[in-house]
Design a protein around this ligand. Sequence first.
Ligand SMILES: [Zn+2]
Length: 335
Amino acid sequence: MLSIKDILKKLCATASPSGFESETAKVIAEMAEDAGLSHSTDALGNLIIHRPGVGRRVLLDAHMDTIGFLATFIDEKGFVRFDALGGISVCELHNIPVKFLNGTRGVISYEQKTELKDRKMSSMFIDIGAKDEKTAREAVLPGDAAYFDGELRELSGGRIFAPYLDNRIGCAVALHTIMNLKKCDYDVYAVFSVQEEVGCRGAKTAAYAVEADFSIVLDVTDSCDTPCFDGYGETGMGGGAAIKIMDAAAIAHPSIISALVDTAEKNDIAYQRDVITAGGTDTGNIQLSRAGVPTGGISVPVRYIHSPCETADMSDIEAAAKLLRCALETQSIIL
Ligand SMILES: [Zn+2]
């Protein structure tokens, strides 16, 4: 049986910048098939795994896309100019290795004349090592997508880092849970959504199609525990599963918040209350689908979100998975 860390490693070895999620979807679908679960893919590319049940219909959502880069043009010296897929700060992009989906590797760097404070995506480029424009065009064309070139690595004390823990973690929590659920009457649909990082687009159509009685979104949240963190919350690495109260796009349904808190306390699962005022998740679009869907979330605190070195604590990931499994198996959410 695959552990949640095994699943995470497999997902971190794939690429899925927003709009280009098919490789990751294939790996998730293969693991679901091995566990005897059926799956389908909708028109936008959302992967939907179904575990039938006779009870309330539950939508579990984890976005499988990641931030990335899109080539916009090749300049006369053979450097690839680009824009961001999703929210990326230029501060994260100084001499960083990236890889295009076609296998071409490169380094993101910047025009030397621009001061750090004046740097924009338009004054940066990807150096793919091409001698001139013609050679560059043989490797990369406008519209080709790239991503941070890195893998999952271990730190001390059960901590890990990788470029795309947002949201490989949510996908691993959802997949591990649906693969290992016992005695659950809920009719469970696990949606691995596309294009969250560019506006939570996939969750919108998937939520319409599933027509759930309620929904739980699995994602990451800011870990506000680094030196001089210029932030706003109390969530921190090692504090347990983060039960969503609010993000910038949604206020979680009170019955789901209290059911998750209750489940965590009854089952001795470490948890923390998650309030973030910047950054939304799929929660916002799901709760506004059709005539409204009561929605909550279980998140995992991550440091340095949207950088090449997103960092998390395995104990928080295990706690999030245990909380989700217990909530579904005890059917503690009654709506
Ligand atoms: Zn996310």
